[in-house]
Design a protein around this ligand. Structure first.
Ligand SMILES: [Zn+2]
Length: 298
């Protein structure tokens, strides 16, 4: 999970850093080059005022001076922006490079500092700070989940598709024609059932519930999702493994409805052919998923 979150957060960051410097660079260039020009205008204005009282030719001269100054203020930044002389560029480059590193640092620091900065003394203060830190952590997790969810769109799936059936438990594939290794195969090592189907076939949530795991790399399962729910007072966890890369449609913590598309059949992780590896745990114990589906799905 950590790996997956890191990679998804880095992508927008990297692209953001690529975009921001160019915009900032342009803004910095124009404001910086205008700054030294402003005093010229003010100085010109101050000098022209007393001169205008004495003589009219002087006033004319002053007016010309003001115009020259104005033209100067307009043309100097344009010139500065247009030319890329080594001096101008070096200063500006250094200025906004520094600004960039400061922006990045100030953006990153609060997140890492808030976790360990408990300087409270009373137990009430400590628990209050802890509650605040927990809330902040939840907010960050939710933001990360949202960012991760937004990055799933590489595979276009019709989300209006729903799995067949009307019950609280449904088959995770529209049709199950070919079954590979069953529950307890490979000397008891295989804790699920392999439902063979073409790569790209939609996988449906077998129950409603809350997504626990949603990962591009979940051990040997490869791209996998798990959903937790309670049915008849028992905790039921379903696991969907070997999904296609980039096909997950749900994020950790997200509520899902039975029959909702959660991803596509693939062959990621420890897998040699396209299939859905499907597991069911009831109160933490693996059960035969095929028997469970046959008894309950509808
Ligand atoms: Zn399997």
């Amino acid at each position: 999970m950590a790996e997956e979150n890191d990679s998804t957060e880095l992508v927008p960051d990297e692209s953001g850093r690529g975009v921001i410097p160019t915009r900032r660079g342009l803004r910095t260039a124009s404001t910086r080059s205008q700054a030294p020009a402003r005093p010229q205008t003010r100085r010109g204005g101050r000098r022209s005022a007393p001169a205008a009282k004495r003589k009219s030719p002087a006033r004319r001269f002053a007016v010309v001076g003001v115009i020259v100054a104005l033209v100067g203020t307009v043309s100097i930044p344009a010139f500065a922006a247009a030319t890329s002389g080594p001096e101008t560029r070096t200063i500006q480059q250094a200025a906004f490079d520094d600004a960039q590193s400061l922006v990045v640092a100030s953006h990153d620091q609060p997140a890492s500092l808030s976790r360990s900065s408990y300087s409270a003394t009373t137990s009430g203060e400590i628990s209050k700070r802890e509650a605040q830190a927990a809330a902040a952590a939840r907010a960050r997790k939710a933001a990360a989940a949202a960012a991760a969810a937004a990055s799933y769109s590489s595979a276009k799936i019709n989300l209006n598709l729903t799995g067949p059936g009307t019950g609280a438990i449904r088959w995770p594939l529209a049709k199950v024609d070919h079954i590979g290794d069953g529950f307890g195969a490979r000397g008891g090592e295989h804790q699920g059932v392999d439902l063979l189907d073409a790569g790209g076939t939609p996988i449906f949530a077998a129950t409603s519930g809350t997504v626990n795991v949603s990962s591009e790399s979940y051990f040997g399962y490869g791209v996998a999702v798990t959903i937790d729910t309670v049915i008849g007072g028992q905790k039921v966890t379903t696991l969907y493994g070997h999904m296609r890369y980039g096909s997950r449609q749900v994020a950790s913590g997200q509520k899902v409805q039975v029959g909702q598309v959660i991803g596509l059949v693939g062959s990621t992780g420890r897998s040699t052919a396209n299939h859905l590896h499907f597991e069911v745990m009831i109160n933490g114990t693996h059960v035969d998923p095929l028997a469970w589906l046959r008894a309950n799905a509808g």
